[in-house]
Design a binder for this molecule. Structure first.
Ligand code: VG1
Ligand code: CO
Length: 567
């Protein structure tokens, strides 16, 4: 075994997006593509000048550079098990060993769900973690792969850090890599590459311990003992082993409660995105009647941080889910002392704002992406947070957490004895209903979307104050955010139109797509009158949808007759 010094050349396209660097598998499989990104990350972590100052690596005789911030440190490593996960793990181990890292703790088989990785980083006080996942993006040889770095708080790297990594990729010319043989990652135990120790752990253990510390498992066991049925679709992704062990193994849910539980490299050909458009089978099962019909249905995404939850024949929007979890948080042991505050991403509906107001706690509005919640959680300003994209989480970790949301809902149902539908309808009666819909235009040529957004920006100053039918625009802006904790700013986070009846239209370009550009149009209509809470969502937002088209001409710019997916 020895450390090799290898000459490389920068790849121009290694800027991380909303959640890490995501590309087609074929892109990641180019020689040195993954290696370069990981070396850039390790260089930044090793840089003596702090993460903002990329350091020129001198080819110092194969020592892997001079500054040694990683010496003595532990990194966590794991991924969602998709195609290329296993070879990527081997490459990263060799790079990490050559760059002076002392210890790696990794999930057996290279597996760690995103929330589990966050749990392991926090519980073991690691320096950080490398997570291999493209989350909800399709997998397999023709699908997507992704990598991201999480910091010692267990949360995604801040923008400052991801920009430093990107800057480093642009000047990188040297890789340090061990020429050791591949190691066996499928047995719990200890290994070594160069001087680096590797501990292979059960991927579920740490995470399960965190769940036990938050929820009353006896209460949940009682719920299942009374005949309650749940159906969780793990979508052949990484959440399966977690859901199976915790729900069926520890809490006593019936044995077939978790379906599609075996993680597959291509997710069985399915799209591991728990969006109603991708969970036909679950929706069908949840419409069945009779004794064997589940009362709570749920689905997880590729890396198990997202959740879709539904009652019998009743879909719950993620925005409503966040509002209800906030409303009922005191029923959960971990939150019985109350919440410090809540946070939601800007496009997420304002349902949670109304609950926060009633509770007398602050509600923060952040840009899209979990990394923006980290500082608020670390500073103790918020306890719960969520996004409209089927993500909810809390201060227990620094990632969103799909199974946590399912356990939370089960607990609320167990304590209140109410169905999901009646809980949500009661909520609407008290707080009003935010009808909510998102239209995604996928794989649109980048230049079409750029022109659309540029022209929309140009219209903004004139839009404020204009009246369209019965609605007047109060705010027309390009959302910018100043982090209340560290004062860092993020601009161009989506065009936002807020109307005088509290309706909102938001236009945003996705930061996770790997093919061309994805445009997202988010629509929210607030309806306080309980007599009007039973409309089909598409109908309820039809007028807003027409207005969005009138103002933005999305269909004209994208040359599409309509959205690819309407959620
Ligand atoms: C999407 C979602 C965003 C989420 C991100 C990562 O980003 O909209 O809310 O945080 O995915 O989720 P974008 O930029 O495509 O809109 V995951 O589960 O893919 O890590
Ligand atoms: Co995810």
């Amino acid at each position: 075994m020895s450390i090799q010094t290898i000459a490389t050349r920068p790849f121009s396209d290694q800027r991380p997006g909303t959640s890490g660097l995501r590309k087609k598998v074929a892109v990641f499989m180019q020689p040195y593509y993954l290696d370069n990104f990981v070396q850039a990350l390790l260089d930044v972590l090793n840089a003596s000048g702090g993460p903002d100052v990329p350091r020129e690596s001198g080819g110092s005789g194969g020592s892997g550079g001079e500054a040694r911030a990683l010496a003595g440190q532990t990194l966590i490593l794991g991924g969602d098990g998709r195609f290329f996960n296993r070879p990527a793990i081997q490459t990263i181990l060799k790079l990490a060993a050559a760059n002076g890292l002392t210890r790696v703790v990794m999930g057996c088989g290279g597996i760690l769900s995103t929330p589990a990785a966050s749990a392991v980083i926090r519980r073991r006080q690691a320096f950080g973690g490398i997570l291999l996942s493209a989350s909800h993006n399709p997998g397999g040889a023709d699908g997507d792969f992704g990598i991201k770095y999480n910091m010692s708080n267990g949360g995604p790297a801040t923008e400052t850090l991801t920009e430093a990594i990107y800057a480093r990729t642009q000047v990188l010319n040297t890789l340090y890599c061990s020429d050791a043989q591949d190691v066996c990652i499928d047995k719990i135990g200890r290994l070594q590459v160069e001087h680096m120790q590797i501990e292979v752990i059960d991927p579920v253990g740490d995470y399960a311990a965190v769940m036990r510390s938050l929820f009353d498992f006896d209460l949940l066991s009682g719920l299942f003992a009374s005949g309650f049925l749940v159906r969780v679709d793990a979508m052949n992704a990484v959440g399966g082993p977690y859901a199976k062990q915790i729900l069926e193994g520890e809490i006593g849910a019936p044995l077939d409660s978790v379906v599609n539980f075996a993680p597959l490299e291509d997710f069985g050909g399915h799209h591991p995105d728990p969006n109603p458009a991708n969970v036909d089978d679950l929706i069908y099962r949840m419409s069945s009647k009779g004794m064997g019909a589940p009362k709570l249905g749920a689905a997880l995404d590729g890396d198990a941080d997202r959740n879709l939850v539904m009652g019998r024949n009743f879909l719950v929007t993620p925005s409503d889910s966040l509002a209800l979890l906030t409303q009922y948080a005191r029923l959960i042991p971990a939150y019985q002392g109350g919440l410090a505050g809540v946070a939601r991403s800007m496009p997420t509906s304002t349902a949670v704002d109304r609950v926060a107001k009633a509770l007398g706690i602050p509600c923060y509005e952040t840009p899209t992406g979990w990394k923006f919640f980290g500082n608020l959680l670390d500073a103790g300003l918020v306890t719960l947070c969520g996004e409209e994209s089927y993500g909810t989480g809390s201060s227990h970790l620094r990632e969103k957490d799909g199974l946590w949301a399912i356990l939370f809902w089960l607990s609320v149902i167990a304590v209140t004895g109410q169905s999901m539908e009646s809980l949500v309808r009661d909520h609407w009666k008290t707080y009003g209903r935010s009808y909510y819909s998102r239209h995604d235009y996928l794989d649109v040529p980048v230049e079409y979307v750029d022109t659309l957004m540029k022209d929309l920006h140009a219209k903004l100053p004139a839009l404020a104050g204009q009246t369209f039918g019965r609605r007047t625009i109060l705010v027309a802006d390009d959302f910018a955010y100043t982090d209340p904790v560290d004062g860092s700013t993020s601009s161009h986070q989506g065009v936002r139109l807020v109307f005088d009846d509290a309706s909102r239209l938001i236009f945003r370009v996705s930061g996770t797509s790997t093919e061309e550009a994805t445009l997202r149009l988010y629509m929210e209509r607030f309806e306080p009158d309980p007599a009007c809470h039973c409309e089909p969502v598409a109908l309820a937002v039809a007028e807003l949808s027409a207005l969005a088209e009138h103002i933005s001409k999305v269909r004209v710019y994208t040359r599409r007759a309509g959205p690819t997916i309407a959620t």
